[in-house]
Design a protein around this ligand. Structure first.
Ligand code: IMP
Length: 441
């Protein structure tokens, strides 16, 4: 102990990378537990931008254990590409470990993802086309290839053969099946296995060891609560559980190993891909926020949909995750807007009013945000380093969020730089706040 989970509370892209990066300075290990390279973190360090999709944010600190847990789906070519790039920039990657039990995103998963979206046509989910859904589907069907299989030619060949048969059939109508050659794929993945060998480990045991030794371990969630396959806006979700509870299964620990759960929440809302979005601002104001906040996907470059902060969804995410603290990001993007509002309930058909996030898909699809206007502020807040320095209207905005959701705020981000961060007294007194910057620095 202590274990701290960091999760997204919206539809992903909340700025978890920066928060994890800051907390990682005081941690000994950072663990990814779900998702894959559908996620994308941009970390700015000394003016240099690092875009990571699979490798945990802590890699930029020497001596950190950076773990890709069993719950992650791994595209080996992407992982090797990131390792290569980090090394080229003289970042030490020796602390990186990938679970032998993590599942592999195979070439046919990428084809199946694209074919699946084509088949859905207008109903498509808007996936990142990284093969995430098909890889998790194979895992559940017991047709998956695991990282450890890349080290054993006989097993690998057998497993690819078994998986290829149904997938070839599925891809035939799209004439994509000729791309699947058993021999080429096996050889390619054995090469990946050899290149990854030094990183492959029993990561559940490594995490346990760190916790046993009393080190701070961060569990870094990808995506966000509203994209959760069980509790999100299904079917417009990802294929894993981006909730704090999934940290246990996806890293191989127990619930009692978790001491704090931090929910990262952008000061407004964004979503990429299709699906319900009750607070969407499909207008000039939305466009203005998109431009100011540079709201374009790290992974796909797609423009993100923009909306006011949805407190109904945030309170739901707080409950699903039992959040102990909130980290509010991109507050600076809201500076200088003529109007400001938050969504406090939804309205639906026949004048229905919803205070809670609707569980029924038809209700949710017709839900529209009902807003409470709040006072805006015009000051640039990028230089504020304490809550006191923030304009009164910005402080009121934050207080309204914390009050409504019933979760205190530990951290406020007022710009992309590491120093553009405010630790509240709660954050400073938290387990990570009190932990000294960790070994190796
Ligand atoms: P998939 O995870 O690629 O299958 O995509 C499923 C849905 O989740 C799509 O709407 C994606 O846009 C969304 N999604 C997946 N990963 C992220 C992310 O890291 N940020 C935001 N949206 C994501």
């Amino acid at each position: 102990m202590p274990g701290i989970v960091i999760v997204g509370t919206q539809w992903g892209d909340e700025g978890k990378g920066k928060i994890t990066d800051l907390l990682a300075e005081r941690a000994d290990a950072v663990v990814r537990f779900q998702g894959g390279n559908n996620a994308g973190h941009t970390i700015v360090r000394d003016g240099v931008e690092f875009k990571l999709h699979l490798v945990p944010s802590g890699i930029l600190y020497p001596g950190r254990r950076c773990i890709i847990g069993n719950g992650v789906v791994v595209d080996p070519s992407v992982l090797l590409g990131e390792i290569h790039e980090l090394r080229a920039r003289r970042i030490d990657t020796s602390g990186l470990k990938v679970s032998a039990n993590a599942h592999v995103i195979m070439p046919y998963h990428l084809l199946l993802d694209t074919a699946g979206e084509a088949r859905l046509g207008k109903l498509q989910i808007g996936t990142t086309k990284r093969g995430i859904g098909p890889a998790y589907a194979d895992k559940a069907s017991r047709l998956g290839i695991r990282i450890q299989d890349l080290l054993d030619e006989r097993i690998l060949k057998k497993k690819i053969t078994a998986a290829l048969e149904p997938h070839r059939l599925a891809l035939r109508p799209y004439e994509l099946d000729p791309e699947l050659d058993l021999h080429t794929m096996t050889e390619q993945h054995l090469t990946y296995g050899r290149q990854l060998q030094e990183y492959i480990a029993d990561t559940s045991r490594l995490v346990w060891e760190s916790l046993e030794q009393g080190h701070v371990v961060l569990f870094e969630g990808a995506q966000g609560a509203m994209l959760d396959i069980d509790h999100g806006t299904y079917p417009f979700v990802t294929s894993s559980n981006p909730l704090a509870g999934a940290a246990c299964v996806g890293a191989g620990i127990g619930p009692r190993d978790i001491d704090e759960v931090w929910g990262v929440c952008k000061a407004y809302t964004t979503r990429v891909g299709s699906g319900p979005f009750p607070t969407e601002l499909d207008d000039e104001l939305g466009e203005r926020i998109r431009t100011r906040g540079a709201e374009y996907g790290t992974t796909t470059g797609r423009p993100r949909r923009i909306g006011w902060l949805d407190l109904v969804a945030l309170r739901y995410a707080a409950r699903l995750n039992t959040l102990s603290a909130l980290a509010i990001t991109k507050l600076d993007v809201l500076s200088g807007l003529d109007e400001l509002a938050v969504c406090t309930h939804y309205s639906g058909e026949e004048d229905a009013i919803f205070d809670e996030f609707p569980y029924h898909q038809s209700v949710l699809h017709h839900a529209r945000g009902e807003f409470t206007p709040l006072e805006s502020w015009s000051e640039d807040i990028g230089e504020c380093r304490s809550e006191d320095e923030l304009p009164a209207a910005a402080r009121d905005y934050l207080a309204f969020i914390a009050d409504f959701v019933g979760v205190p705020i530990a951290m406020i981000s007022v710009g992309a730089g590491r120093d553009q961060t405010i630790w509240t007294s709660l954050g400073a007194e938290s387990l990570v706040g009190t932990a000294a910057p960790s070994r190796g620095d």
